[in-house]
Design a protein around this ligand. Structure first.
Ligand code: NAD
Length: 346
């Protein structure tokens, strides 16, 4: 049984607490939050769980094997490092850290101490994203030509991070998982409509060596909530609507082919294929449950998590490159930034 403590019981923390409390092989041992009123709610729901406003109580507790950090991003490094130094396996919320330098230090520390470090990029554990991966890996989709995402809604405006760290981060992790390739360049335009606050709207384009192009439109200033992704392959295409209750993924046997006959090339013969559409059955288990079980399995059997520190680091590097492109002087906003190839952390 892996005893897990959770730091942070705000918006996302309760989802972790609920899942760890129900995950086979895991025991929800402790919860910490700065707000005693939030801890009172935990006590009412889970009377056997230790609670404290001081996260250090968890570090000192030898019965706690692992710690999940679900606090604001600017605290991840400090809390994560303290947990590792206390010998605890670590679950860090996305994005992993504020800077890639901090991410590298955490990866290093976890490796040195042989501790599991998982970054909660939840989408990777959803049935929908797993299905997309399967379709791409099996070759059914063909070559991935493009990925186009819209992730917009009204709020929640955040004071410490931009809409990139809040929303585009999901596309960065999904793309990393689906393509298994790091982009070589990024161009981003974004703005904050309220002075003194981080960007609340952004359009991000990522370029890949393979020729795949990806785009994400992210915003906290939309009248409706939209969570849609299109993936265009040379053989088939996918639509993914995360708000759709049952048929989230639809596969279209649609595409275009140009004639390769040299005699007809001048006429540019374009053939359109409009075949069937179907919606595959997806695994319905809650992603956090799948991820929680995976975390326990990694700890028990010394495995590397699907969303390990390296993936977390690549995502943070992309946030940095995107922010850098977006924050050039307004005239040059959107300037393409070459992405430095990730040096592997020893
Ligand atoms: N995986 C996902 O899909 C997903 C979704 C939402 C949020 N998140 C991530 O979860 C993290 C938290 O986001 P949120 O929206 O829940 O924030 P939040 O502000 O609602 O909650 C953070 C909580 O942490 C507590 N806290 C802060 N410092 C603390 C400390 N030193 N010790 C104990 N408690 C402390 C605060 O009191 C607060 O209750 C962020 O990294 C965010 O990006 C992930």
């Amino acid at each position: 049984m892996i005893n897990i403590g959770v730091i942070g019981y705000g918006y996302w923390g309760p989802n972790l607490v609920r899942n760890f409390a129900e995950t086979p092989g895991a025991n929800l041992a402790a919860v910490s939050d700065l707000d005693p009123a939030k801890l009172a709610t935990v006590q009412k729901r889970y009377p056997a769980v230790k609670t404290s406003t001081d996260f250090r109580d968890m570090l000192k507790d030898p019965s706690v094997d692992a710690i999940a950090v679900a606090t604001p991003v600017n605290t991840h490094f400090e809390l994560g490092m303290a947990a590792l130094k206390a010998g605890k396996h670590l679950w860090l919320e996305k994005p992993m850290t504020e800077s890639s330098e901090q991410a590298r230090k955490l990866i290093d520390e976890a490796q040195r101490r042989k501790l599991v470090l998982i970054v909660d990029h939840t989408f990777i554990y959803t049935g929908a994203v797993r299905k997309m991966k399967e379709l791409i890996s099996s070759g059914e989709l063909g070559k991935v030509l493009y990925y186009d995402s819209i992730r917009v809604n009204l709020g929640l405006f955040q004071r410490d991070v931009s809409v990139i760290s809040d929303l585009a981060v999901h596309d960065f992790s999904i793309l990393d998982y689906l393509l298994g390739e790091h982009p070589v360049a990024v161009s981003a335009n974004g703005t904050n409509h309220f002075p003194g606050t981080p960007e609340n709207l952004a359009y991000v384009t990522l370029f890949y060596d393979s020729g795949t192009i990806a785009h994400a439109n992210v915003s906290w200033l939309a009248p409706v909530k939209v969570r849609q992704i299109l993936v265009g392959g040379s053989k088939k295409m996918i639509t993914y609507d995360d708000l759709e209750p049952s048929e989230k993924i639809k596969i279209y046997d649609k595409g275009v082919s140009l004639t390769t006959d040299p005699e007809q090339i001048q006429e540019m013969r374009v053939g359109y294929r409009t075949g069937d559409m179907w919606a595959p059955k997806l695994i319905g288990t809650e992603a956090l449950r799948v991820e929680g079980e995976h975390f326990v399995d990694c700890i028990e059997h010394h495995k590397v998590p699907h969303t390990d520190g390296q993936l977390g680091l690549r995502v943070v590097e992309l946030i940095e490159a995107t922010s850098s492109s977006m924050r050039r002087k307004i005239r040059r906003n959107g300037e393409t930034i070459d992405i430095k190839r990730q040096e592997k952390v020893a």
